[in-house]
Each structure stands twice: as structure tokens, then as C-alpha cells.
Design a protein around this ligand. Structure first.
Ligand SMILES: Nc1ncnc2c1ncn2[C@@H]1O[C@H](COP(=O)(O)OP(=O)(O)OP(=O)(O)O)[C@@H](O)[C@H]1O
Ligand SMILES: [Mg+2]
Length: 383
């Protein structure tokens, strides 16, 4: 059943008995030599030879006897030492996706085996958390998808139940069905983008982040103007380049600008700031608006997390910021979301600069490289 454990136990026993036997043989050999020298000096040669022969036989018997005892003791001791390992193996075997709550919880002294067991338990904690979040994600995604589907069916049912439905009613149904379909389509598209960016980058090309940001702002200008929102963009003169996926980076910029305009108050403001350090590019999108609790701000990067209940605010799947985070991480960067003290949100994204373009571009521009940009997430300027 467990040949490995047996063999380690046997090997430890053999090692122990071997060392014991060797040490015993050396000790007895030296003793025999000392005794023989003494006997040769004090007894006639024949008597000394007889006595020595007898002694040799007794020493050999004693050595074999103690060796057998050592083997037995070694076997028992090795078994005791290896027992925690057996426990760890048994737990590892029992643990499966459905029984991730099992833990070894090894007691005893803080030795190497305890450390191994604790490390294994910590790994199980992380696995259990990951599986739980996966399940939550699937549950949320199904729930979100059900909403437009329910609308679809209800609309079609109502139209079918009315035998006298005219063209106007059918057209109205068509409109609603179309909206619900678009909503489902957008949700699926976001889920797909999220899954793709979490899987890592398939290809890399030099992407001009400034152009991606400019496009994102341009697309939202109309909506911002309609709601009287002032959008200001602050970008460096030279274009910072990031090695990455153009579509994903464009999506990142679009999601941030989209959020800042959509989750804003009428007559509010948005500021988009792009800055290039020696090693990375920082994109900070800030907007004013209603106050947001600090604790809520941090969880907004999790999928399906919104402020307030669904339907309260502007429509959205709640995936935009999780896509931003996944894209930033896929590019080797990160994102930080913070509530602004005066209301509204600050989202700061850091992306590593393209290694090829960075040294040449950083030198002539003379832009003050921030040392903080190397280590931590970007710090937006206080406004
Ligand atoms: N710039 C912002 N200002 C204020 N609140 C914001 C801002 N950005 C995001 N939020 C809040 O965080 C929530 C999650 O944002 P996220 O972009 O992940 O999803 P969404 O905008 O609701 O939907 P979508 O998937 O269409 O982007 C939003 O519903 C909103 O409550
Ligand atoms: Mg969004």
C-alpha cells in the first residue's frame, strides 16, 4: 500500500543498525587488542591464545546480540519518527475538491515535520478560498444572466398570450427583447474578456497607452457633455509604450473612463492623468461624486461588486473594474482603488513600461521619475 514509507523506515533502521554495528565492532576490536597485549605480557603464550580465542567468541556473540536489539529498536524509533508523515499523506489523500475543509493540524514540537504540515494546511486554506470564490463567481454570473433571460421570456410570453397583438405591440416587444439581448451579450462579452485576461497575455506588441486613453475619452465626451461633466486629460508629451495586448489595454482605459463618467453626478468632474516613470506607466482616473466608504471602494475590483443594489445606479454588470485589475495583472502591473475624501473615486493603474522603449524615451523627456512608482502602486496627486 505504501512502499515508500516502508522503504524509508527500513532504510533508517538499516542505517541506524549499520552505524551501531560499526561503532560496536570498532569498540570491541580495540578492547580485544588492549586485552591481548595485556594477556601476552602476563600469561604464557599458550594460555594467552586460549583466553583470547574464548574472548573473541564471546565478543562476537555480544555484538550479534546488541545488533539484533539495535535493529528492533531502530525499527520502532523510525516508525515513531515517520508517523506524522503518514498522517500528512493520509490527509492529502483524503482531501479533494469537495472536502477541502480537512486539515492535518499536526500537534507536537515545532520541528521540520510540523512545519511541513502547517505549510500544507496553509496551502489548503488558500485552495479552499480560491474554490469558494470560483463558486461565488459562477453563482453570480448565472444570476446576472438569468435577469435578461427572464425579461426575454416574460416579453415573449405576454405577446404570445395575446392573440390580437398588433404590429405596435409586437414592435414594442421586439424592442424590449433587443435590449435584453444586448444586455446578455454585453455581460457574456465582459465575462469572456475577464476570463481571457485572467488567463494571461496571448501575444504582446508595443501599445501606445496615450492613444488608448485619448480614444477612451473621445468616445465618452458626448455623454459627459450631456450630463455637464467636465473631463480633463493630462498626458505626457511623449507617448509611453507598454508591451501588451492592445485590445485589453484599450478596454482597461475605456472601463475606467466609462466608470468615471457613468458613476458620476450631473455637473461633476473627471480627471484622467497619464504619467510615465522610468520603469512604468501610471494611469490615474479620478472623479468627484457621492461619498463612498473606504471599505466599499477596495472591494469594487471583485467581480459583480457594485455600490448600492442592482438597478439603483446606472446599468452595468459590475465586471468593469475586475477586468481592469485582471488586465493590469496580466501585464505585470496592478491597480489601486480608493475613495476620495470629498466623494467619488480614484483608480490608479500601474503598468510596466516596454523595456525596449523605456531608456530612450525617459532620458530626453527629463520628466521627474518618481521612486515610489518602482515599488508600490501609483499615488495620485491630491487635488
Ligand atoms: N469612477 C467611479 N465613481 C464612483 N463609483 C464607481 C466608479 N467606478 C466604479 N464605481 C462603482 O463600482 C461598481 C463596480 O464598477 P465596475 O466598473 O466593476 O462595474 P459597473 O460599472 O457597474 O458595470 P460594467 O461591468 O458595465 O463596468 C459600480 O457599479 C459603481 O457602483
Ligand atoms: Mg464599469
Amino acid at each position: 500500500m505504501s512502499p515508500l514509507r516502508l522503504s524509508i523506515r527500513a532504510r533508517l533502521t538499516a542505517l541506524y543498525a549499520g552505524l551501531f554495528g560499526a561503532a560496536g565492532a570498532v569498540l570491541l576490536g580495540v578492547t580485544l587488542w588492549l586485552v591481548s597485549r595485556h594477556l601476552e605480557r602476563t600469561l604464557p603464550p599458550d594460555a594467552a591464545a586460549d583466553a583470547l580465542a574464548g574472548l573473541r567468541g564471546q565478543f562476537a556473540l555480544a555484538l550479534i546480540g546488541t545488533l539484533l536489539v539495535a535493529i528492533a529498536l531502530g525499527w520502532v524509533v523510525a516508525g515513531r519518527v515517520l508517523r506524522p508523515l503518514a498522517e500528512i499523506t493520509a490527509t492529502a489523500r483524503r482531501v479533494s475538491q469537495d472536502r477541502l475543509d480537512e486539515r492535518i493540524a499536526l500537534g507536537g514540537p515545532h520541528d521540520e515535520l510540523r512545519e511541513l504540515a502547517d505549510t500544507f494546511d496553509e496551502m489548503l486554506d488558500r485552495l479552499a478560498a480560491a474554490f469558494a470564490s470560483q463558486r461565488r463567481f459562477v453563482a453570480n454570473a448565472s444570476h446576472e444572466l438569468r435577469t435578461p433571460m427572464t425579461v426575454l421570456r416574460a416579453e415573449v410570453d405576454v405577446a404570445l398570450a395575446d392573440p390580437d397583438a398588433g404590429v405596435a405591440e409586437l414592435r414594442a416587444m421586439g424592442e424590449t427583447v433587443r435590449e435584453a439581448t444586448i444586455e446578455a451579450e454585453q455581460l457574456l462579452e465582459s465575462l469572456l474578456t475577464l476570463a481571457r485576461s485572467e488567463a494571461g497575455l496571448e501575444r504582446r506588441e508595443p501599445v501606445d497607452v496615450r492613444a488608448a486613453v485619448a480614444r477612451a475619452v473621445e468616445i465618452r465626451r458626448g455623454e459627459a457633455a450631456e450630463r455637464g461633466i467636465d473631463v480633463r486629460v493630462d498626458a505626457p508629451a511623449e507617448a509611453p509604450v507598454v508591451d501588451g495586448d492592445r485590445r485589453l489595454l484599450e478596454r482597461l482605459a475605456a472601463n475606467l473612463v466609462d466608470n468615471a463618467v457613468r458613476h458620476n453626478v450631473p455637473g461633476g468632474w473627471v480627471r484622467v492623468e497619464l504619467a510615465a516613470g522610468p520603469d512604468d506607466v501610471r494611469l490615474v482616473v479620478e472623479n468627484g461624486g457621492d461619498p463612498i466608504p473606504d471599505a466599499s471602494a477596495a472591494r469594487l475590483v471583485e467581480p459583480f461588486q457594485r455600490l448600492g443594489r442592482r438597478g439603483d445606479g446606472p446599468p452595468g454588470a459590475g465586471l468593469g473594474l475586475s477586468i481592469v485589475r485582471a488586465v493590469a495583472i496580466a501585464h505585470g502591473g496592478g491597480v489601486e482603488v480608493r475613495a476620495r475624501p470629498g466623494g467619488g473615486l480614484t483608480v490608479a493603474v500601474r503598468l510596466p513600461r516596454s523595456a525596449a522603449a523605456a531608456p530612450a524615451a525617459a532620458a530626453p523627456a527629463g520628466g521627474a521619475p518618481s521612486p515610489a512608482a518602482r515599488t508600490g502602486p501609483p499615488r495620485p496627486r491630491p487635488s
